[in-house]
Design a protein around this ligand. Sequence first.
Ligand code: MG
Length: 349
Amino acid sequence: MLTIGAFARASRLSPKALRLYDELGLVRPAVVDSVSGYRYYRPEQLERARLVAWLRRLGMPLARIKVICELDDHQAAQEVAGYWRRVEAETRARGKLAAFLIDYLPGREVDMSPLTVRYAVLSDRGQVRSSNQDAAYAGSHLFAVADGFGCESDARPASVVAIDALKRADATVPAGDLLNVLEDAANGASRAIHEMADCRKEVGTTLTALLWSGSHLPLVHVGDSRAYLLRDGRLFQISHDHTHVQAMIEEGRLTPEEATSHPQHALLLRAITGHPAPEFDLDLHRAEAGDRYLLCSDGLHTTVTPQDLREVMATATDPAVAVRELVDHANRKGGPDNIACVVADLHAA
Ligand code: MG
């Protein structure tokens, strides 16, 4: 038998923690001296105590540790994996909030760069599809594209339903509220799809939208439509594709060149569907005078080469010319998919 001090040293748990775990029924001593109250442990109890210590090091709550201690090894491993996936998801969400604050706080008091916006929007059926399930919207503050799927050709596309719900955010919003307003609007779009998809499980849409106010420009995004920024003559993709092939590229199993011709290049990992609310990417960008933004569905960015995309974005004299040229480019390449795009220029007021 080991005294509580010896058992604590061997298990890397403090005597105080061991007394607490005794009360909670996590690690009970084998014997408690009825006179002195001293606790004694058997050596074979060390394995369980060490497991408790490791799980504590992961930050796992005691109640969950207690459940895991009662499982067989296989189930326990699955439970730890599930717990860790959730920790990672929560950490990612907190990371986004931290990134937002790092960007937002220094400019909070000095958002005095008045910008004005010029924009154009165009959506086209393309050369192959019988109907257009893409939708695009541009208003005084909101720019959005959506690529719907699963609706009959005579029904209202999911993309239109989502953007109609999102439009409520198209208003002047104080900078501090921008992200919340855009996230609420995206959740509203998700609810609208959930309602329409009730009996048609495969209905859904991508959604990529920017809400502009002052020099702040939050982006909400889910799916494989994209947002680009042209700044100082360079074109940057500022959204992240939620596709099977993008995940394979990140895992090093596919090159970006191979991805374009991959049979599953359009398979989405995330989208707004009839299922519970999707995980949106939410980022804040700071706009500068001279910026040109492009939102587009995959019917554009998978059809037109990156060189042509940059060329049009860099040379078109205004947004209306840009969207027309982009759609024409896609149609000249066969227009295999619907096309939706928004171009917005920010100018010094
Ligand atoms: Mg498409």
